[in-house]
Write a protein that binds this ligand. Sequence first.
Ligand code: MN
Length: 621
Amino acid sequence: MAPPLRLSLLQLRQKINFRLMRMVVVVLYMAVTATVLLYHFHSSGLPLEELVVGEEGAEVPRGEGFVVVGGQPEDFRRNGFQDPGVPETVRQFEALVVDGAGEGGGAVHLSPEEQAGLPAIEKVWAFNKIAGDKVSLWRKLNDIRSSQCKGLQQDSDLPKASVVIIFNNECLSSLLRTVWSVLDRTPKQLLHEVVLVDDASNNTDITTLLPLYIQTRLPPKVGLVRTPSQLGLIQARLAGARAATGDFIVFLDSHCEATKGWLEPMAQRMKEDPTVVQIPRIDMIDSSSLSYYGSGGGSVSVGGFTWSGHFTWESLPAAAAASRRPTDPAKTATMAGGLFAIDRQFFWKVGGYDEGMTGWGGENLELSFRVWRCGGSMEIHPCSHVGHIFRSFHPYFIPHDSHGINTARMAEVWMDDYKRFFYMHRQDLVGSKDIGDLTERRALVDRLQCKSFKWFLDTVYPHKFIMDEQSVAWGRLRANNGAKKVCIDHLQRDMAHKLTGYDLGEYPCHPFLGSSQYFVVSKVGELRNEYMCGEVSNTRDNNKPKTKVRMAACNQKNQNQRWELTPLGRIRHLASDTCLDMGEGEAGQEVTLAPCGEARGQVWTFDFYEEGKDHWRPQLP
Ligand SMILES: [Mn+2]
């Protein structure tokens, strides 16, 4: 064959192949689209989820202390809601529901009149109760789990759950939606019981209507316990845990909605290891529209803490994030505390809750540190989704400073010497009688042979910044320009774990070392406090250029956050080659930077220096 002919034939063949390839791509694209569409219709068009409670029938074994138990072995929804024995008050409550409101996790819309009355309602309930009452107690939710999570397999013989729900004057519809979501979305062989704990409510919806509802609408595996007087979250949970007889306990807030497949992955993990506490992914139910917001994929947030004794959310450390599969539970140092599952025997073995804690708060960090230090661990399971209404305030009584006092109890028993950082924020609680007796809690540490808090920091939470261990110098940071003496101060602008940026200021030195004046130059070269690092920002003040120190979330890769402390007491910003300068030294002014020089206002002294650097402490006049 002549070469030109062969060439054109080759070209032709290439063209054909190209067309073929294009066709293949188009067909593939169509197939994928069709699959996605079909899949989408399939998951959003699910019929009402299987109603499992009616099949249960007979009594279940129960613990002590129930004042009312469910009286309906049959699911009343199966016979078209016909039931002549139901009291009128229950029917009136049920009649508040508006067909279709909030279905599929959507928003509820109010009429203009309802909208007008809303502020008064929200002041009492801390959420939109009008909308809440309209939503079906068994509204359908979309299955937002990732496809990997949907494909997760579990054993057939999983341990059984006691779901414990405590409340004080909870809105009845949110409470019962929590209960129905658990009944309808937990495989019946997994649900041992639902333990409701009324912590001495006085609202008749809870004192009168709830018991009637339980008797006439709920199955025997739902039981109600009452505390003799309002004991607070911790004591009420203990009452619920004492009544519980299942293999593991799931504590849920009383304004949640469990979603499809929420319990199985957590039960599986606890079957594999009864010492691992399981925490579901907490999705948001909007407190004004009752919309359900959640996402099945992406990153997992885990728990941290501040030295002031507060829980924080943070992103999973990069190394852990890189090595995990999307369905793997994520190790977490702490938990928010409202929603979690724990093996019942392990819960009691590890010390339950601290009986000396009252009211609300502090118990979540206490349990977190204790579990880790005494042979257990904690994980957030990315495949378990539970919705929660985040309310703007606590619509119930909390004794004064119970969070602070409970946290001091926790710090005394579980933070070893590191409690110094907590007391830096709460000088008023040092040696306080309010903390109460700790003998029994301290005995736990020996009895369970718990590891030290240092072990916890090193092993479980190694990225926590420890000011006096990881710094060149630390404490109050003072200067004296000859006219005025000042200390670096966050001027109450530090929003702690919210990591909101602010400009660093100056203030007369406090007589003690408190958190507002506790700063360090770290060994890696940051000018920082517990979680915020200084960087230089050039702005304008009254139209004049001004250089300030902006405090921002620490980021070791950010060159703007690099500083050095010199042996002569200057604090030099590397990138701009300027030095920290107190300027006029007016109380409440912002600290500035200036070309490094001999100015007295550029000589800074810390309270403490690392070993071998004590001679770096300049003598201030
Ligand atoms: Mn809550």
